[in-house]
Design a protein around this ligand. Structure first.
Ligand code: UDP
Ligand code: MG
Length: 326
């Protein structure tokens, strides 16, 4: 059979020295099983993307690549963030693969679902979303904030697959389409459902992290959610505009009230409403300026067209590999 797909599994890694060996072993075993079952080609591989780690992650990737022919590596020059590291891996993988699967390095996502992903690919699906059946292993805080996030996104009309993170399969043609989106503020989970290829979901149980800590502290999580909302929707700014209209209307009413009071000789009664409206309007203006600034910030980033990642070493290229062996 020479029409077996070449699968590349892309794994972004940021300070993952504690889990790397285990992850590499489990995923290599999975590749072997899929190859033996004639589901994927022997040219399939694992692509570990080191997202500017400060620990030994890259050393481990590199040495593993010398002994394990299925392991490839990509080292980003600095910490570009999970989404950009993933994009770097997908971009490189698209040149070598018929389909790609992205999975986190901590294997919280059930790797047994990979087999079902590939089977769905064979059935003709271009995108297979891994959907968490239960989030019991996540903290209560993470679960509720995630639910709140999906609720807000839905209300804003942004199509997201609930409980789907970045564990998914994409065919080469879906991936090529995705790579045409050149925006700097990248929110893959929002863009991929927009692509519109045949897609399906596979349910799985989310596990606890193999080892190490979450690389998504509250600050990064909030930034991610905020980015998701402002990259896809102008609803927040519309909301502020309507608040502006309401406050103008209110101030007119207060003005009329103050005028009548003045005519009746109660000059001091307007003071409270005056102070209130100054504070009220001042607050609204500040929110509005902040939000407008957020969008201008995005435009600023877009027009700069900075590269979203810069690859330092690419073990796909024979030159780099030889250089390392010397
Ligand atoms: N990650 C990354 N760059 C970052 C932060 C995280 O490449 O700046 C990777 C990390 O190594 C992991 C994946 O993104 O493979 C998801 O991170 P994590 O498991 O810490 O997030 P959580 O599961 O807690 O949401
Ligand atoms: Mg994780």
């Amino acid at each position: 059979m020479n029409n077996k797909p070449v699968l590349t599994i892309v794994i972004p890694c940021y300070n993952e020295e504690e889990v790397f060996q285990d992850t590499a072993k489990q995923l290599t075993d999975m590749l072997h099983v899929l190859m033996d079952d004639n589901l994927i080609s022997y040219d399939s591989s694992l692509l570990f993307v080191d997202d500017g780690s400060h620990d030994r992650t890259w050393d481990l990737i590199e040495s593993e690549s010398l002994v394990n022919p299925f392991v490839k590596g990509l080292k980003l020059a600095h910490n570009a963030g999970h989404q950009n590291a993933l994009l770097a891996g997908l971009t490189v993988a698209s040149e070598h693969s018929s389909c790609v699967i992205s999975i986190d390095a901590d294997l919280q996502d059930d790797i047994n679902a990979i087999r079902t992903f590939v089977e769905k690919y064979h059935e003709g699906y271009d995108i297979v979303y891994g959907v968490r059946d239960s989030r019991e292993t996540d903290t209560f805080f993470k679960r509720t904030t995630a639910e709140g996030f999906y609720w807000v996104m839905r209300k804003l009309g942004i199509q997201l697959i609930p409980n789907h993170a970045d564990f998914r399969l994409m065919s080469k043609r879906a991936l090529d389409e995705l790579l045409k989106y050149k925006e700097t503020n990248l929110f893959l989970r929002g863009i991929i459902p927009l692509l519109g290829f045949p897609s399906t979901k596979v349910m799985y149980d989310r596990k606890k992290r193999l080892a190490g800590e979450s690389k998504y502290p509250l600050k990064k999580m909030l930034a991610f959610a905020f980015d998701g909302i402002t990259s896809f929707s102008i609803a927040p700014i519309r909301f502020v505009t309507s608040l502006g209209f309401i406050s103008v209307l209110l101030s007119i009413l207060v003005g009329i009230y103050a005028f009548i009071q003045k005519q009746m000789g109660h000059t001091s009664t307007g003071w409270t409403s005056l102070i209130l409206s100054i504070w009220f309007l001042g607050g609204i203006e500040l929110i509005a300026i902040g939000l407008v600034g957020e969008y201008i910030g995005k435009i600023f980033k877009e027009v700069k067209r900075r590269p979203r990642f810069s690859i330092e070493t690419n073990l796909y290229s024979k030159r780099d590999k030889k250089k390392r062996l010397i």
